[in-house]
Design a protein around this ligand. Structure first.
Ligand SMILES: Cc1cc2nc3c(=O)[nH]c(=O)nc-3n(C[C@H](O)[C@H](O)[C@H](O)COP(=O)(O)O)c2cc1C
Length: 182
């Protein structure tokens, strides 16, 4: 798929349905994520692919109520990273940034595979860590629900329009930002 098409098609749909999960899908998503740049090529990201029925069911208890749509996903991906696995420059810790780059690669690869990958922040991190056996030092940065887009439901109708983006002048600046008070 051409890049612009994937960028345009990527959406965080909530109307999702099952699809047949294969090893190739997991491997394709992992490969795309691994090609992301990272500070000193540190690759701080860690992905837990959750697909066993019992584990999925258990993990649903860690998701916030507003994310019950993710219960239709046959694959959830918990994304972890820790500060000491990546560059730290004064107050700048790069593990979150670099993991975000890897996540966007994965989201776009899902589009390429005809799937929807939807990132979430609504979950109980401690509960998720307990279920997946992950140490305190790791941050659960996001959980990604992967499904097939459902187009024939009322929910699907309601989310046809992409959420609005900021007008260019609010986020593009030329030569200086000028956000200091004079
Ligand atoms: C870090 C992050 C956290 C998000 N958390 C949630 C969430 O908990 N539940 C949800 O339904 N969508 C969540 N979203 C999806 C956003 O609402 C969505 O990306 C945004 O509205 C733009 O829509 P689009 O992705 O379809 O272009 C999250 C997205 C990101 C990147």
């Amino acid at each position: 798929m051409e890049l612009n098409e994937a960028l345009e098609k990527r959406r965080s749909y909530r109307a999702l349905k099952e699809f047949e999960l294969t090893e190739d899908i997991i491997s394709g998503l992992a490969e795309a994520a691994s090609l992301a740049p990272s500070c000193y090529n540190n690759q701080p990201w860690r992905f837990v692919f959750i697909y066993e029925k019992d584990k999925l069911k258990e993990f649903h208890t860690a998701l916030s109520g507003g994310n019950s749509w993710a219960q239709n996903c046959p694959l959830l991906i918990a994304v972890f990273a820790k500060t000491e696995d990546d560059c730290v420059s004064g107050e700048r810790e790069y593990y979150l940034f670099d993991t975000g780059l890897a996540v966007e690669n994965l989201l776009l690869k899902a589009v390429d595979l005809g799937l929807v990958a939807h990132a979430m922040a609504g979950y109980d991190e401690d509960r998720a860590r307990e279920i997946l056996n992950i140490s305190e030092e790791n941050r659960l940065i996001t959980v990604i629900g992967v499904g097939q887009q459902a187009t024939d439901t009322k929910k699907a109708q309601q989310e046809q329009k992409r959420p609005e983006r900021l007008p260019r002048e609010e986020f593009v600046f030329h030569n200086e930002l000028k956000d200091k008070e004079d």
